[in-house]
Design a protein around this ligand. Sequence first.
Ligand SMILES: N[C@@H](CCC(=O)N[C@@H](CS)C(=O)NCC(=O)O)C(=O)O
Length: 231
Amino acid sequence: MAKRASKLPHLLLYKQGASPPSNAVIMLGEIIRLKFDYKEPALLKLEHKSPEFKKINPMGTIPVLQDGDFIVSESHAIMKYLLGKYGSDKQESLYPSDVHKRAIVDQCLFYDAGVYFNNLKVVAMPTLLYGLDKPSQAQLDDIDESYSVLEAYLQNNKYIASDHLTIADLSLGSTTTAMQAIRKIDENRFPRCVEWLTLLNTEEFFQNINNPGAALFAKLLHTFWEKNKKK
Ligand SMILES: N[C@@H](CCC(=O)N[C@@H](CS)C(=O)NCC(=O)O)C(=O)O
């Protein structure tokens, strides 16, 4: 009997293990059963700023998804794309179509993209590339301020944007876990954040994909802080 041509898409993801937005996309892939091939540009060698990489993503960031000859960057846009194209029965719960429900998920995604992840990045990139040896008090205060936003989002639901898991949990959850390497959540001030992280940690995709990535991120930062102090 003739072999049927595979309908599986060829998805190539540019990512790094220690990158929270990459891990958000990979967790989504796991939930909706997608298989990725991976490329890992060496950020420490600035490969993501090379002319070749910038042809793929002018922003010079990871993750970037290549689906056949279609390319899209920015983890939140990638997740919405993957769900729209391959989400099938999972799409509705992970990114609801109801306008109000979707607006709340978007509110969280844009908070991650526009503010929250940046509070991590302004510590991480100068540590890895420019000799920063510890976060400043102002950076730590900004992170605490951003935890208070999550705490407020979590007042009504145990998940960040709904009473069930959505892609907002993957984004804000992966950023938050990595952020612990810089500023631990104070359980007395932000109890709902701690409960939410505990809940996410019951998921296998979180344990298997997110947590090793966050551990790698923590190790990198602490190694560089030690090294940079000796300079
Ligand atoms: N909002 C973007 C952030 C992407 C981002 O900044 N990724 C980091 C790695 S975790 C990066 O590429 N940093 C390199 C740089 O900005 O130079 C997303 O969610 O994809």
